[in-house]
Design a protein around this ligand. Structure first.
Ligand SMILES: Nc1nc2c(c(=O)[nH]1)N[C@H]1C(S)=C(S)[C@@H](COP(=O)(O)OP(=O)(O)OC[C@H]3O[C@@H](n4cnc5c(=O)[nH]c(N)nc54)[C@H](O)[C@@H]3O)O[C@H]1N2
Ligand SMILES: Nc1nc2c(c(=O)[nH]1)N[C@H]1C(S)=C(S)[C@@H](COP(=O)(O)OP(=O)(O)OC[C@H]3O[C@@H](n4cnc5c(=O)[nH]c(N)nc54)[C@H](O)[C@@H]3O)O[C@H]1N2
Ligand code: SF4
Ligand SMILES: [Mo]
Length: 856
């Protein structure tokens, strides 16, 4: 996208800075691999050490190898995996532009350097309305810890533990020992797959073992990619796995409102669809399959699979105690509700032409081997509670479950294009968890986090609304204020309570609206960690000593514990070094037989002594020294090896002997348990079969009068895409990345023209919940009527206008708890107006960094 906008000078600057394997830490200077080194540089190169530093963010990528060249404790340059040649069998675990900018984060000029307090804060609140605008004052660690301990004591005494809302987790053990705090619950990433997936039979909450592994995918004839944008949101090798499938001859059909970078590379056909209307399309397909299936001359439906492996498809396959009329087939045909879910019916909602829906049904139904893959994005929609059932039903109807080259499920996040259990994993840390039987257990839905503070009420379950008085917000990791729905109310909530604490690396949105901020170390400043994916494991090590006065969260917890009469060894029970050792010693890797695992590492008594930890020597596949040197171990794969994965194969072959983990052991097209789960949460009720519900702030809500098709005040749909500049909000502050990947409103010229908006102009985007301004990027690759903005920008809300000039999407997304209380980020209505020309506002990469106290 941005490549079109870059002029030649900046393009050259960027392409060299970001694509070369070596990037200097000092600025935009860059050296190519082949450039001769100066004598001084040569000396530094041989003097230093390449440390495997890795990248630890929740980025949806592969978990990549990042190596830092450290000379005298200073990181001079960064590279990625070069431990072996790249091949299909054993790809290098290469990092993306963000991972390679990691030193810009760790050593950023805007890192929090020491504890600070808001100038006008005092115990009890102190000019609370100034949060977000007050000056910052440097304080000592002792002062900070004393203040915080004092507030914990005061608030617990005055309001009880319910008075504290903990949005992160790093002080979790301490808070548990203090009697607990209110916690937030609900699905974030997974939309409705998190709770519904396991109930209907998919086993694990992540539903990430519902699709086949990367090599098996190459045996498909067709991949239907329903949502999903690996090129941005699963960087590293995941996209590469799709490309390998394409090279192997697999066809791709992509169903998405946006012809995104992934579809540009993979799609043989792009089917544009309105956001939050996928369920209607799926029903139109199901209708066509039923309508056109001809078992003798042109079978489209796998009746044998439906018969043996599913519950609820038709009246003959309903649970005993259920009303046979409430089966899926009769719903689709409209037998009892007079509304057949024809392609014409679906088309009016989803915008896909009826002929195209029929064609899609015929293609999926008649192609022998199809991988039906969806991303969670489609389920991060209000009222999408039965979408996972709907999607799995399509797979079941067309027989694409449990056979070579066939699967139906979620291909997303770090497991994109590579399903199946891990072939290599770290051991447990061995650190015991703090527990306290007397701790409270108050759980507030994510959507109600801020209204609970403001209105003093939250929904605790069906017909169960409770009072609550929250007076302290603890942001111990995470970026709740910026990343959860309803930020405008969130800011109000932060200005209402008596105390806000933030432990973070930066003065991000959480910290900006806090009273006391504590500077926390990055992973590069800590002993290390182990991280991996299905077929590799990385040992990331410490790169630098903690910077300035930054401390680990565990140290903070320990110090607060001593001030609050809690045993510090309970909240921080084991040195990190010992935990890492335990993970190393317990790491296991699969043997070639595909069944047994063996220890990964040979560890000697000398190794244990050198690490200064407790442990026993052991035999494994490679030595500790080798692992440390390489930093990564990759399981080599070959086509036809025994390490492949075909999801639900045993179940398909013999469902009685290998039942799914649903109540009936079958795939539940009819699930009373799912309907009960949703009802139990207390927001609204749903059917036991996947019926279509209009989402709140979906397509229909762009109309004032749906029957006569009169558009309303918010006529456009918006989805908030996971953006390549950032891992959520992480990296948003890196000027390099800001410049390379502008935060733009993606819009179709058809929508822009009547508004007088030209490419690069500044647009004002208003939703029912807030407003932002952003430059527009015009492209025909997005469906008319639909706009998109990347999630995760650090909000910059102007006090006088209420406009967020950074374009943080949660300024626009409101808190709308539906069904299972997931956050419906992709169902959102907006209006757009021209705000000014391209220069209406300075581009964000030119903004000054958030450095709260400038040194003299
Ligand atoms: N509008 C919109 N909003 C969304 C989404 C969307 O699609 N649209 N997507 C959602 C999704 S899927 C997700 S997963 C969430 C992510 O939401 P979050 O997990 O809240 O977001 P991150 O930006 O990853 O924030 C992590 C924070 O933790 C801090 N941090 C990192 N390491 C440490 C540490 O060791 N100690 C401490 N104390 N802090 C640390 C980082 O500085 C950063 O501020 O965002 C959600 N928000
Ligand atoms: N660069 C980057 N990558 C990330 C993250 C990040 O913050 N930055 N976050 C990671 C995390 S934690 C998560 S959970 C994953 C999420 O990954 P995904 O769930 O895949 O989310 P997105 O990348 O936002 O959306 C993928 C595609 O879905 C499409 N889409 C949106 N709404 C709809 C819809 O209603 N219907 C259809 N058919 N398509 C729709 C969008 O156009 C987009 O092309 O991303 C991960 N990857
Ligand atoms: S941000 Fe994600 S994809 Fe990029 S290098 Fe880090 S782990 Fe890999
Ligand atoms: Mo996520």
């Amino acid at each position: 996208m941005s490549d079109v906008l870059l002029n030649r000078r900046s393009f050259l600057k960027w392409s060299s800075a970001l694509s070369s394997t070596a990037v200097l830490s000092g600025g935009l200077h860059n050296i190519s691999e082949n450039m001769p080194l100066t004598p001084a540089a040569k000396a530094a190169e041989s003097a230093g050490e390449w440390v495997t530093a890795a990248c630890w963010h929740n980025c949806g990528g592969q978990r990549c190898v990042i190596k830092a060249h450290v000379v005298d404790g200073v990181v001079k340059k960064v590279k990625t995996d070069d431990t072996h040649d790249d091949s299909t069998e054993q790809p290098q675990i290469r990092g993306c532009a963000r991972g390679r900018s990691q030193q810009q984060q760790c050593f950023g000029a805007d890192r929090l350097k020491y504890p600070m307090k808001r100038k006008n804060w005092e115990p009890g609140g102190g000019k609370k309305e100034l949060r977000g605008q007050d000056e910052w004052v440097r304080i000592s660690w002792d002062e900070a810890l004393d203040y915080i301990a004092g507030e914990f004591k005061r608030i617990i005494e005055q309001y009880g533990n319910e008075g504290i809302l903990e949005t992160g987790s790093t002080l979790g053990s301490l808070i548990t020992m203090l009697g607990g705090a209110d916690k937030l619950w609900g699905s974030t990433s997974w939309g409705t797959w998190l709770y519904t997936g396991p109930i209907i039979g998919l086993g694990d909450g992540l539903s990430l073992t519902s699709h086949n592994d990367r090599l098996e995918m190459q045996n498909s004839d067709l991949v239907v990619m329903w949502g999903g944008n690996s090129a941005w949101s699963s960087q590293g090798n995941n996209m590469h796995y799709y490309i390998e499938a394409k090279k192997a001859g697999v066809k791709f059909i992509c169903i998405d409102p946006y012809y995104n970078d992934t579809h540009m590379i993979l799609a043989d056909e792009w089917i544009p669809i309105r956001p939050a209307t996928d369920h209607a399309l799926a029903l139109g397909i199901a209708y066509t399959l039923l309508d056109e299936d001809d078992p003798e001359n042109g079978p489209l439906i796998d009746w044998d699979f439906l018969d043996r492996c599913t519950v609820g498809f038709d009246a003959d396959h309903m649970p005993e105690d259920a009303d046979p009329k409430k089966n899926f087939k009769d719903y689709v045909l409209g037998t009892y509700d007079d509304t057949p879910k024809t392609p014409e019916w679906a088309s009016e909602i989803c915008g896909v032409a009826p002929y195209k829906i029929r064609q899609l049904a015929r293609t999926i139904g008649s192609t022998p081997k199809v991988s039906l893959l969806t991303a969670w994005s489609v389920a991060r929609v209000n009222n999408a509670d039965t979408w996972p059932q709907m999607f799995m039903t399509l797979g079941a109807m067309t027989g694409n479950i449990g056979k070579p080259g066939c699967c139906t499920g979620v291909s997303c996040w770090e497991r994109t294009a590579d399903g199946g259990p891990f072939l290599i994993s770290a051991g447990g840390s061995g650190a015991p968890r703090a527990s306290n039987d007397n701790a409270i257990s108050v759980s507030i839905n994510n959507n109600e986090a801020w209204s609970a503070v403001l209105d003093g009420k939250y929904v605790a379950g069906y017909d169960d609304v409770r009072d609550i008085n929250i007076q302290m917000i603890v942001h111990d990791s995470g970026h709740a204020l910026n990343q959860k729905v309803g930020m405008t109310k969130g800011i109000e909530a932060h200005r209402k309570v008596e105390f806000v604490l933030s432990l973070n690396l930066f003065l991000n949105t959480n910290s900006k609206y806090a009273d006391i901020v504590l500077p926390i170390t990055t992973q590069w400043e800590r002993y290390g960690f182990l991280k991996g994916n299905r077929d590799h494991l990385i040992w990331a090590r410490q790169v630098t000593e903690p910077l300035f006065e930054a401390k680990d969260d565990d140290w903070v917890a320990r110090e607060l514990a001593t001030r609050l009469d809690v045993d510090p060894d309970v909240v921080d029970p084991m040195p990190l070094k010992q935990q890492v050792f335990n993970q190393l010693a317990g790491a296991t890797v699969i043997k070639d037989n595909g069944v047994d695992f063996e220890p990964l590492l040979t560890i000697s008594a000398d190794d244990i002594a050198a690490m200064e930890v407790e442990g026993e020597p052991q035999e494994g596949r490679i030595t500790l020294a080798e692992f440390k040197e390489n930093g990564v171990y990759t399981v080599s794969r070959k086509k036809g090896d025994k390490l492949g994965y075909i999801a639900h194969q045993a179940f398909r072959d013999d469902p009685e002997a290998n039942p799914l983990k649903s109540a009936t052991g079958k795939l539940e097209i009819y699930s009373e348990a799912n309907a009960e789960m949703v009802k139990g949460h207390g927001f609204n009720e749903i059917d036991a079969i996947p019926t279509y519900m209009d989402p709140i702030e979906g397509y229909k809500d762009t109309f004032e009068d749906w029957d006569n098709k009169v558009k309303g005040e918010y006529p456009l749909q918006m989805f908030t895409i996971h953006y390549r500049r950032r891992s959520h909000s992480i990296f948003d502050n890196i000027p390099w990345l800001r410049e390379a990947f502008p935060q733009e409103l993606i819009m179709n010229p058809v929508d822009a023209e009547p508004l007088g908006l030209k490419h690069g102009d500044t647009a004002l985007v208003t939703s029912r919940h807030g407003k932002v301004i952003r430059p527009v990027f015009l492209t025909e690759r997005i469906m008319p009527g639909v706009v998109s903005l990347g999630e995760g920008a650090w909000a910059e809300v102007e006090e006088d206008t209420g406009i967020d000039k950074a374009g943080a999407t949660n300024t626009l997304n409101g808190a709308i708890p539906t069904g299972q209380g997931h956050q419906g980020w992709n169902s959102l209505n907006v209006k757009i107006e021209r705000y000014g020309g391209p220069d209406a506002r300075e581009r964000d990469y030119k903004w000054s960094q958030r450095i709260p106290i400038k040194e003299a």
